[in-house]
Design a protein around this ligand. Structure first.
Ligand SMILES: [Ca+2]
Length: 138
């Protein structure tokens, strides 16, 4: 499905959780052109509840988009453990519905690489931590 490079930064004193969607590589082609029109959607979850949504701009006809877009959420230290970021790479379509290419769930209860990234972010507060993630299906 492809991979995504994400940078996470947490500042406990100000409760700022910052995520940067840097870029993707080798995304799956969703269009007959052999490309996709990728953008990234982020949902902040608290427990099972969807709290806040952000999204990047659409990049037309590419499988290796460079986003370099940063988003900030306010999450207190007390709530960070029940928080997750659901990052979905989407294919924009002018006709019909936009389709998901793949996703990554960043939290303290996710896959090994996702959990490690989240843990590194918490154990090194105020330092931006970058990591590649393999996109998964739903
Ligand atoms: Ca498309």
């Amino acid at each position: 499905l492809g991979e995504i490079l994400i940078t996470l930064l947490y500042i406990p004193r100000t409760s700022e959780l910052t995520i940067t969607l840097v870029k993707c590589r080798n995304l799956k082609a969703k269009d007959i052109t052999g490309y996709s029109d990728p953008y990234v959607k982020i949902w902040l979850h608290r427990g099972d509840k969807r709290v806040e949504k952000k999204k990047t701009q659409v990049h037309k006809k590419t499988l290796d988009p460079i986003f370099n877009e940063t988003f900030q959420f306010v999450v207190s230290w007390e709530r960070i453990r029940e928080t997750s970021l659901v990052v979905t790479v989407m294919d924009f379509d002018t006709v019909g519905r936009n389709e998901a290419i793949g996703k990554v769930i960043l939290s303290s209860r996710s896959g090994p690489t996702e959990t490690k990234h989240w843990g590194d972010m918490l154990s090194k507060p105020r330092s931006p931590i970058s990591q590649w993630h393999r996109l998964k299906t739903f």
